[in-house]
Design a protein around this ligand. Structure first.
Ligand code: HEM
Length: 121
Protein backbone atom coordinates (compact mmCIF):
# COMPACT_ATOMS: atom_id res chain seq x y z
CA UNK A 1 0.00 0.00 0.00
CA UNK A 2 2.84 2.33 0.94
CA UNK A 3 4.60 1.52 -2.36
CA UNK A 4 1.39 2.22 -4.26
CA UNK A 5 1.01 5.62 -2.61
CA UNK A 6 4.63 6.55 -3.35
CA UNK A 7 4.20 5.39 -6.96
CA UNK A 8 1.00 7.43 -7.35
CA UNK A 9 2.68 10.48 -5.82
CA UNK A 10 5.71 10.15 -8.08
CA UNK A 11 3.54 9.63 -11.15
CA UNK A 12 1.43 12.74 -10.53
CA UNK A 13 4.56 14.75 -9.75
CA UNK A 14 6.21 13.75 -13.05
CA UNK A 15 2.98 14.25 -15.03
CA UNK A 16 2.49 17.74 -13.58
CA UNK A 17 6.11 18.62 -14.29
CA UNK A 18 5.86 17.53 -17.92
CA UNK A 19 2.65 19.45 -18.49
CA UNK A 20 4.21 22.54 -17.02
CA UNK A 21 7.28 22.22 -19.18
CA UNK A 22 5.44 21.62 -22.40
CA UNK A 23 3.09 24.55 -21.89
CA UNK A 24 6.05 26.85 -21.23
CA UNK A 25 7.67 25.63 -24.45
CA UNK A 26 4.43 26.19 -26.37
CA UNK A 27 4.12 29.72 -25.06
CA UNK A 28 7.63 30.52 -26.16
CA UNK A 29 7.00 29.12 -29.62
CA UNK A 30 3.73 30.98 -29.97
CA UNK A 31 5.18 34.36 -29.04
CA UNK A 32 8.23 33.70 -31.23
CA UNK A 33 6.06 33.02 -34.24
CA UNK A 34 3.91 36.08 -33.57
CA UNK A 35 6.94 38.35 -33.37
CA UNK A 36 8.50 37.15 -36.61
CA UNK A 37 5.13 37.11 -38.44
CA UNK A 38 4.36 40.63 -37.24
CA UNK A 39 7.66 42.00 -38.46
CA UNK A 40 7.34 40.64 -41.97
CA UNK A 41 3.76 41.84 -42.40
CA UNK A 42 4.13 45.38 -41.14
CA UNK A 43 1.78 47.66 -43.04
CA UNK A 44 1.84 51.42 -42.60
CA UNK A 45 -1.52 52.85 -41.56
CA UNK A 46 -2.23 56.49 -42.42
CA UNK A 47 -4.80 58.83 -40.94
CA UNK A 48 -6.66 61.24 -43.20
CA UNK A 49 -4.90 64.19 -41.51
CA UNK A 50 -1.46 62.72 -42.38
CA UNK A 51 -2.59 62.33 -45.97
CA UNK A 52 -3.94 65.88 -46.07
CA UNK A 53 -0.41 67.16 -45.38
CA UNK A 54 1.00 65.31 -48.41
CA UNK A 55 -0.69 67.54 -50.98
CA UNK A 56 2.15 68.81 -53.17
CA UNK A 57 4.21 67.81 -56.20
CA UNK A 58 7.10 67.01 -53.82
CA UNK A 59 5.02 64.84 -51.51
CA UNK A 60 1.79 63.38 -52.85
CA UNK A 61 -0.29 60.81 -51.00
CA UNK A 62 -3.74 59.87 -52.18
CA UNK A 63 -6.41 57.35 -51.25
CA UNK A 64 -8.16 55.03 -53.67
CA UNK A 65 -10.65 52.51 -52.28
CA UNK A 66 -9.30 52.83 -48.71
CA UNK A 67 -5.72 52.16 -49.75
CA UNK A 68 -3.01 54.79 -49.64
CA UNK A 69 -0.76 55.50 -52.61
CA UNK A 70 2.35 57.63 -52.89
CA UNK A 71 1.86 59.23 -56.30
CA UNK A 72 4.79 61.68 -56.09
CA UNK A 73 6.77 59.89 -58.81
CA UNK A 74 3.67 59.37 -60.94
CA UNK A 75 2.77 63.07 -61.27
CA UNK A 76 5.32 63.72 -64.04
CA UNK A 77 4.73 60.37 -65.75
CA UNK A 78 0.94 60.31 -65.89
CA UNK A 79 -0.17 60.22 -69.56
CA UNK A 80 -3.31 62.13 -68.60
CA UNK A 81 -1.31 65.09 -67.33
CA UNK A 82 0.18 66.30 -64.06
CA UNK A 83 -2.88 68.28 -63.05
CA UNK A 84 -5.06 65.18 -62.82
CA UNK A 85 -2.78 63.64 -60.20
CA UNK A 86 -2.00 66.90 -58.41
CA UNK A 87 -5.74 67.30 -58.04
CA UNK A 88 -6.00 64.20 -55.84
CA UNK A 89 -2.86 64.69 -53.73
CA UNK A 90 -3.68 65.00 -50.02
CA UNK A 91 -7.21 63.68 -50.47
CA UNK A 92 -9.38 60.72 -51.30
CA UNK A 93 -9.03 60.28 -55.07
CA UNK A 94 -11.36 57.29 -55.36
CA UNK A 95 -14.11 59.16 -57.21
CA UNK A 96 -11.79 60.96 -59.64
CA UNK A 97 -9.82 57.78 -60.38
CA UNK A 98 -12.91 55.61 -60.80
CA UNK A 99 -14.78 58.13 -62.95
CA UNK A 100 -11.83 58.44 -65.30
CA UNK A 101 -10.41 54.94 -65.34
CA UNK A 102 -13.04 52.66 -63.82
CA UNK A 103 -11.67 49.33 -62.66
CA UNK A 104 -9.57 48.78 -65.80
CA UNK A 105 -6.78 46.26 -65.16
CA UNK A 106 -4.11 48.51 -66.69
CA UNK A 107 -4.93 51.39 -64.37
CA UNK A 108 -5.36 49.26 -61.26
CA UNK A 109 -2.02 47.58 -61.97
CA UNK A 110 -0.24 50.91 -62.42
CA UNK A 111 -1.83 52.21 -59.25
CA UNK A 112 -0.76 49.14 -57.25
CA UNK A 113 2.87 49.99 -58.01
CA UNK A 114 2.49 53.06 -55.79
CA UNK A 115 0.93 51.28 -52.81
CA UNK A 116 2.08 52.88 -49.55
CA UNK A 117 -0.30 51.49 -46.89
CA UNK A 118 -3.80 51.36 -45.48
CA UNK A 119 -6.20 54.09 -44.40
CA UNK A 120 -6.91 54.15 -40.66
CA UNK A 121 -10.50 53.13 -39.87
C1 HEM B 1 -4.71 57.77 -59.23
C2 HEM B 1 -3.86 57.25 -60.02
C3 HEM B 1 -3.93 57.19 -61.51
C4 HEM B 1 -3.29 56.28 -62.25
C5 HEM B 1 -2.42 55.13 -61.70
C6 HEM B 1 -3.56 56.57 -63.63
C7 HEM B 1 -3.07 55.85 -64.68
C8 HEM B 1 -3.19 56.18 -66.00
C9 HEM B 1 -2.62 55.45 -67.09
C10 HEM B 1 -1.80 54.17 -66.97
C11 HEM B 1 -2.94 56.11 -68.23
C12 HEM B 1 -2.51 55.73 -69.66
C13 HEM B 1 -3.57 54.93 -70.33
C14 HEM B 1 -3.14 54.41 -71.70
O1 HEM B 1 -2.01 54.65 -72.11
O2 HEM B 1 -3.94 53.72 -72.29
C15 HEM B 1 -3.73 57.26 -67.85
C16 HEM B 1 -4.28 58.17 -68.73
C17 HEM B 1 -5.13 59.17 -68.39
N1 HEM B 1 -5.52 59.50 -67.12
FE1 HEM B 1 -4.96 58.59 -65.42
N2 HEM B 1 -4.37 57.66 -63.72
C18 HEM B 1 -4.64 58.08 -62.45
C19 HEM B 1 -5.46 59.12 -62.09
C20 HEM B 1 -6.14 59.92 -62.96
C21 HEM B 1 -7.07 60.96 -62.56
C22 HEM B 1 -7.45 61.29 -61.12
C23 HEM B 1 -7.53 61.52 -63.72
C24 HEM B 1 -8.51 62.64 -63.92
C25 HEM B 1 -9.22 63.17 -62.96
C26 HEM B 1 -6.88 60.87 -64.82
C27 HEM B 1 -7.03 61.18 -66.14
C28 HEM B 1 -6.41 60.55 -67.19
C29 HEM B 1 -6.59 60.94 -68.59
C30 HEM B 1 -7.47 62.06 -69.11
C31 HEM B 1 -5.78 60.07 -69.33
C32 HEM B 1 -5.59 60.06 -70.85
C33 HEM B 1 -6.72 59.39 -71.52
C34 HEM B 1 -6.88 57.96 -71.11
O3 HEM B 1 -5.98 57.15 -71.40
O4 HEM B 1 -7.91 57.64 -70.47
N3 HEM B 1 -6.04 59.89 -64.33
N4 HEM B 1 -3.87 57.27 -66.50
Amino acid sequence: MKKFLIATFLFSFIAAGCAGQSSTTNNNQASGQKASGGNSEQVKVYTMSEIALANSAENCLSVVNSKVYNLTEWIKKHPGGQKAILGICGQDGTEAFTKQHGGGAKFVQTLSGFYAGELAK
